[in-house]
Design a protein around this ligand. Structure first.
Ligand code: GLU
Length: 418
């Protein structure tokens, strides 16, 4: 399966192999569980505003179709490759299984810099991508959602393109769309609020008082910013935040409400006056109680794992910690890790609620959504913690084991076709 070769895919495979060894999964079952069921690569020509034609590469990977449709985000970023998308799709599978959602994992992406494209160019790119994907997606086949570099507007364009093709409105083709088009209340905030909920549970577990705790958040996009605000509401002092361009630090706490206004105007946290500048690398090594990587994969590596100085590591991003870093962190029992597939699962859980509401054309209140979200997260957190303590294994190994085992069992019961 060389087509997927990429450091992030190798990392996802390394994690899988560790779990497979632990669960003693037979050799002939491993490849079936590991490699994606389907992958699509498409060339996307669009007319740019200056009249030129540019061709972008787009991908969609559907990891397994055993438990229902596949589910996962669509990422717009210059570094997107087939291998990265395949790793992210695999993690979506374990995340959905861990939280009991009737989905396999998927992920898509377009290799582009969304900041360098106009709104019109982004719309044409999204519509062209959707058009190319029409044979492979559907409410019962594969359902997309926002990820890095995409948002509600992107989902609205996908829904419109797909609906024009079918000839009637199909809200259930995507989740994370605007509420005005059948989106769910609370979906936009769900990932960040879920992260903060789990941090709160972790604080109870390790005996930390929110009112005395400090937090550092890497990434100030949808997930990082909502997490920061939710933590502040719990009484936690957020002392540092960052984005792709750089970070900010203020030992007395950052005024998030002022920062939000600044970011709305300048599109970056960099240059905000009421804090000192700090690099993304240094930010991860700051002394704090709660560290939240909420940006890209492979941020905590063998180079900096020994230097991080937090009590709770809450992985809001997908794959922020490499297996080499995990080996170092295992020697540091003072750090409590909320692993990514649990920590950021709030997003896909509310995506599931959105899909269910769309299929039934029956919509819930925000309180109902949040209440159901926290129940699922609570259950997954308790199960993971119980397994981790009982079997004396890391939280990540416990979460992955629970997820992978469920997919393995489902595959076994269905049998091999033909
Ligand atoms: N992109 C998000 C994730 O990585 C959400 C996926 C979804 O809602 O389908 O979990």
């Amino acid at each position: 399966m060389e087509i997927y070769d990429h450091p992030t895919f190798r990392m996802a495979c390394q994690q899988f192999d560790l779990v497979a060894d632990r669960l003693q999964i037979l050799e002939n079952e491993r490849a079936r569980l590991k490699f994606p069921k389907r992958s699509m690569t498409v060339a996307l020509p669009i007319r740019c505003d200056d009249g030129s034609v540019q061709v972008f590469s787009g991908y969609r990977v559907q990891h397994h179709l055993t438990l229902g449709p596949t589910k996962g985000g669509l990422r717009y970023h210059p570094d997107v490759t087939l291998g990265e998308v395949a790793a992210l799709a695999m993690w979506m599978s374990w995340k959905c299984a861990l939280t009991g959602l009737p989905y396999g994992g998927a992920k898509g992406g377009i290799s582009c810099d969304p900041r360098a494209l106009s709104k019109g160019e982004l719309e044409r790119l999204t519509r062209r991508y959707t058009q190319e994907m029409i044979p492979f997606i559907g409410p019962q086949i594969d359902v997309m959602a926002p990820d890095l570099g995409t948002n509600e507007q992107t989902m609205a364009w996908i829904m419109d393109t797909y609906s024009m093709h079918t000839g009637y409105t199909v809200p259930s083709i995507v989740t994370g769309k605007p509420v005005a088009l059948g989106g769910s209340l609370g979906r936009r905030e769900s990932t960040g609020r879920g992260v903060a909920y789990l941090i709160n549970r972790a604080m109870d577990t390790v005996g930390m008082n929110a009112g005395e705790a400090t937090a550092v958040v890497q990434g100030f996009g949808n997930v990082g910013s909502v997490t920061a605000f939710s933590l502040a509401k719990y009484g936690v002092k957020v002392v540092a935040v960052s984005d792709a361009f750089g970070g900010l630090f203020n030992a007395n706490g950052i005024n998030l409400w002022e920062l939000e206004k600044f970011v709305a105007e300048t599109k970056s946290v960099v240059g905000f006056k009421e804090a000192d500048p700090i690099s993304n690398e240094r930010l991860l090594e700051l002394k704090c109680d709660i560290l939240v990587p909420a940006a890209l994969e492979r941020q905590i590596t063998e180079k900096n794992a020994a230097k991080i100085q937090c009590r709770i590591l809450a992985e809001a991003a997908n794959g922020p910690t490499t297996p080499e870093a995990d080996a170092i962190l295992e020697q540091r029992p003072e750090i409590f890790i909320i692993p990514d597939i649990l920590c950021n699962a709030g997003g896909v859980i509310v995506s599931y609620f959105e899909w269910v509401q769309d299929l039934q054309s029956f919509f819930w209140t925000e309180t109902e959504v949040m209440d159901k979200l926290f129940r699922i997260l609570e259950h997954a957190f308790t199960q993971t913690l119980t397994m981790s303590r009982k079997e004396k294994i890391a939280m990540r190994l416990a979460a992955l084991s629970l997820g992978i085992k469920r997919v393995q069992e489902a595959k076994k019961i269905r049998g091999l076709f033909p």
